[in-house]
Design a protein around this ligand. Structure first.
Ligand code: LLP
Length: 436
């Protein structure tokens, strides 16, 4: 998919641009995105809804990779946007994203963040809990504003994924419990209040999910409740937002469905559920992050030192690590990689790719088959487009890498590499004798 391949020189090519050339021009580590692939994914989701004739919004979950350039691209592709903080909202605004298509998430939005959302005229607030409901009411009353809201519910679904990224189960910090009356009380409270327009319900069951079962089960539980609410409170659901979480292929161990398959099954299920409860078909909203940008991103590193542990393994270190990709350390996430100068060359040895941070746990890939690697090779790690840059940090005071968008043979720098001065930008001296 997309335009990631091998060029005539035998080098890895991304968006029609030679990866070695990119590394030389912009330095390493470097995040490179195949823009065509992002567009392909976005259009794939949208097409699926159109095919089924269902009103929908495909919101890009910008936590996966929030920058001005990416937000612009999302706008250009006609996506909506899910933001989870004032910072992401600010970024979206800076990119000129249409504010009525922004959905505001989060389990502990501050008064300032909610005020900012109301002031800019946000599309909708996904209300997570009673505290927020009261806070938002207060803000709306003060500003004589009305907020369109979705109620985030936890349907009590356990999706099979890493514990830290599981969100739909009962014992979760997110949302109103659907089973124990919390969600119903939230609905009643919101319906009774003229400051709210309740558009519908939201749920997100987890991330990097490979099956449709969880989505189907969640939809079932929710639609049953919505049907009951329709009868009890004359509540007409305009929107059913089933969140994101569609899995992608990092390595051969991962067997995701094509993104369209998730959507197609969800639509079919909701259609039949709605019909069986004599409910009008609601708009279906989804909010994929990883499946829109994950496999479009590649990180280029320069290889450096090696260490042989005789009879055990060979370590090959790169010039980045858990500072630009914390996922292996945090979730034991697995990745594949190739040498950018000969991506298809036969493997001759097995090496383990170490980061340069001062922690034994800073390992990017264990046991990677590679052709004999020379000195200062460019190593390309695939599928780093989601939760790579967005979770990057300055551990060990490593400046964060630059980000480049590649499309139609052209490369554009969209995030500058941090400098040492950037690292000191917010530091203030304590002792007057210390000069900046
Ligand atoms: N909607 C909500 C409410 C979410 O909490 C998330 C992700 C998404 C949408 C997007 O999910 P996606 O389509 O990207 O799976 N840092 C972790 C992932 C955490 C996901 C948090 N919520 C990782 O690197 O795997």
């Amino acid at each position: 998919h997309g335009t990631i391949g091998v060029n005539q020189a035998g080098n890895l090519e991304i968006g029609g641009v030679d990866a070695i050339e990119l590394a030389n021009r912009y330095g390493t580590p470097l995040y490179v995105y195949d823009v065509a692939l992002i567009r392909e994914r976005a259009r794939g989701f949208k097409r699926e809804f159109e095919k089924h004739g269902v009103k929908a919004q495909v919101a890009y979950a910008s936590k996966a990779f929030s920058t001005i350039a990416m937000t612009q691209l999302a706008a250009e592709e006609g996506l909506s946007l899910d933001v989870v903080s004032g910072g992401e909202l600010y970024t979206a605004r800076a990119a000129g994203f249409p504010v009525e298509k922004i959905h505001f998430h989060g389990n502990n939005k501050s008064r300032e963040e909610l005020e900012m959302a109301i002031d800019v005229g946000i599309g909708c607030v996904v209300v997570d809990n009673f505290h927020e409901l009261a806070l938002l009411k207060d803000i709306c009353a003060e500003k004589q504003a009305k907020a369109s809201i979705l109620l985030r519910v936890t349907p009590g679904i356990e999706a099979h994924t890493h514990d830290y990224i599981l969100t739909g189960q009962e014992d979760s910090k997110f949302g109103f419990d659907l089973q124990n009356g919390q969600a119903e009380l939230a609905l009643k409270t919101a319906l009774d209040d003229s400051h709210f327009e309740v558009l519908g319900v939201h749920c997100h069951i987890g991330s990097q999910i490979f099956e449709t079962t969880g989505f189907i089960l969640a939809a079932k539980k929710i639609v049953e409740k919505l049907a009951y609410w329709k009868n009890s409170y004359s509540f007409k659901t305009k929107v059913l937002n089933l969140g994101g979480g569609f899995g992608i292929r990092y390595t051969d161990e991962d067997r995701p469905l094509p993104p369209s398959a998730y959507v197609s099954e969800i639509i079919t299920e909701v259609k039949s559920l709605a019909a069986s409860h004599s409910m009008e078909m609601p708009e279906i909203w989804i909010e994929p992050g990883r499946s829109l940008v994950g496999d479009a991103g590649i990180t280029l590193y320069k290889t450096g030192s090696t260490k042989e542990v005789p009879g055990v393994r060979k370590y090959l270190a790169v010039d980045g690590g858990m500072s630009d990709n914390i996922r292996p350390a945090l979730y034991q996430a697995k990745y594949e990689a190739v040498l950018a100068s000969r991506p298809l060359a036969e493997a001759k040895e097995t090496v383990s790719i170490a980061g340069k941070c001062c922690e034994s746990g800073d390992m990017l890939i264990w046991d990677l088959p590679l052709p004999d690697s020379g000195k200062q090779e460019i190593l390309a790690v695939f599928c780093t487009g989601a939760y790579g840059y967005s979770m990057a940090n300055n551990y060990n005071r490593l400046p964060r890498p630059a980000v480049v968008f590649a499309e139609n043979g052209e490369a554009a720098l969209v995030v500058k590499r941090e400098t040492y001065e950037d690292l000191l930008q917010h530091d203030l001296p304590y002792l007057s004798s210390v000069k900046k």
